[in-house]
Design a protein around this ligand. Structure first.
Ligand code: FES
Ligand SMILES: [Fe+2]
Length: 469
């Protein structure tokens, strides 16, 4: 196993902790942990944990998944550090499941595009001339060039105009491969390819950019790399779709996005995102006073997603009701009119397996997009969405400043613990821990992984686990 424990021995986080640095420095470190990663390439120190084969890791996951919740444990560290196991996950999970790429509000006009590299696939999500959203490969069918490598082509060399300050999205009339100037329509069909008349049997209609299977669900554009995925996103997330109706997500606008380079495994982030037991520790000053860990709960097991509820404590509910009775606004943004009853007084936490991480609150939605890059690395985009009416509000700019600061502040608390957890997985000190009932989502994720290793999904070949409350 060529794991990179040195990343974590010398991680920026540990250096920062020793230096007792400011929030700003932690923030910089989280945004660019490449310094820490460069240590890895100069290091020959291996993980102190014994090497396990993919089969051995899967056996341990299946054993853990079959324990009752009250007996549940954490997984072996190698599930988070083994490059071979990461390859297994890419092949058997990420390349077979629906993955969210962007929200429709990010590409509202014909010709708007957004580039994203996912699992080594250079992709372009683009709104074509018939106003349909296409997910295309950026790999040129002529000689294989990525037609829009990062930062390339925004110098007048190609028709694409980059969005201000960004290198991976913008607007274009057509797609141009800069190598031999083949051009493509916005739906990927070949528009022009000069000097191909002598290529015998060549028919340009057969040589467009590859189109991937995609679907828009609640305003989110999903891709599935597998042609044989048995269900649509809408079928898989049917129950979730009903729950989310009051937010009218398809009509929201993505108003904030920040990219993070994370030196930890995708499951470290996913588990952290879904269990709220850590409000009591990592968020003791931010989320815990509002939504105490002890009151958070998880719904009964579902095949394709996990749903958790983070109720606000009675004192906060009273405060909200008081303020609203005086016509004042408690939330950062105006509360969304249809979000009522219990939904008004809780955060709803969702994981659409494997990667759709989502929070709904009374006034906004938070979406985390992840691009797994290796056993100890992901690219993460944290975003915030609000209704269009909120964007029209005269005080929207100051609301957004406040809302995005809050989101970044509590995300920084998560970044710290996630980096430190991954460091633990390389150490001889790591032992398989026991889980609290409040960590039911972690056990559900184990059951998801185990089900995928059997070629199925949770609840399909085992009884569904009851909810925890
Ligand atoms: S590789 Fe794209 S035109 Fe030749
Ligand atoms: Fe957290």
């Amino acid at each position: 196993m060529n794991s990179d424990p040195e990343i974590f021995r010398f991680s920026i986080f540990s250096k920062l902790t020793l230096m007792n640095v400011s929030e700003l420095e932690i923030r910089r470190a989280c945004e660019a942990p490449t310094d820490a990663l460069s240590f890895a390439s100069r290091s020959n120190i291996r993980s102190a944990q014994p090497e396990l084969s993919v089969e051995e890791i899967l056996t341990e996951i299946q054993r853990a998944a079959d324990l009752p919740l009250e007996e549940s444990t954490t997984l072996p560290a190698q599930a988070y550090t083994s490059p071979d196991f990461f390859d297994w996950e890419v092949e058997n999970i990420f390349r077979k499941e629906w993955l969210a790429l962007c929200h429709v509000s990010q590409i509202p006009n014909v010709g708007d595009f957004l580039n994203i590299d996912l699992l080594g696939e250079p992709l372009i999500v683009i709104r074509d001339k018939s106003n349909e959203i296409q997910v295309l490969s950026r790999v040129c069918p002529h000689r294989g060039m990525d037609i829009m490598p990062p930062g390339f082509g925004y110098d007048g060399h190609c028709p694409a105009q980059a969005k201000e300050g960004q290198s991976n999205c913008g607007n274009t009339r057509l797609l141009l491969c800069p190598y031999h100037s083949w051009t493509f329509e916005l739906d990927g069909k070949v528009k022009a390819c000069a000097e191909m008349q002598e290529a015998k049997g060549f028919n340009r209609d057969e040589w467009g950019l590859k189109t991937f299977r995609s679907e828009i669900w609640n305003g989110f554009v999903f891709i599935n790399f597998s042609e044989d995925a048995p269900q649509s996103v809408a079928e898989q997330y049917e129950g979730l779709g009903k729950h989310l109706e009051p937010w009218n997500l398809g009509d929201m606008e993505l108003v904030f996005a920040q990219e993070w380079d994370c030196a930890f495994n995708w499951k470290v982030l996913t588990e952290n995102f879904m269990e709220s037991y850590h409000h009591a520790g990592a968020h003791s000053k931010t989320l815990q006073p509002m939504m105490p860990a002890r009151d958070t709960w998880t719904e009964a097991e579902k095949a394709h997603y996990i749903q958790c509820h983070l109720p606000m404590k009675p004192k906060v509910r009273e405060e909200i009701a008081d303020m609203e009775s005086r016509g004042e606004q408690w939330d950062v943004f105006p509360p969304i009119p249809g979000v009522s009853g219990e939904k008004r007084f809780e955060w709803g936490l969702i994981l659409g397996y494997p990667g759709f991480k989502f929070v709904v609150t009374a006034d906004a939605a938070i979406w985390y997009r992840t691009q797994p890059l290796g056993p100890n690395r992901i690219k993460l985009l944290t975003t915030m969405l609000v209704p269009k009416s909120t964007v029209q509000h005269p005080d929207f700019d100051s609301m957004l400043e406040k809302g995005s600061k809050m989101a970044v502040d509590f995300h920084l608390e998560d970044m710290e613990v996630c980096m430190a957890v991954q460091r633990g997985y390389y150490s001889s000190g790591y032992q398989r821990g026991r889980l609290s009932h409040l960590e039911m989502p972690i056990w559900l994720i184990q059951r998801y992984l185990a089900a995928r290793s059997r070629g199925t999904w949770p609840t399909m070949d085992r009884p569904a686990a009851p909810g925890q409350r």
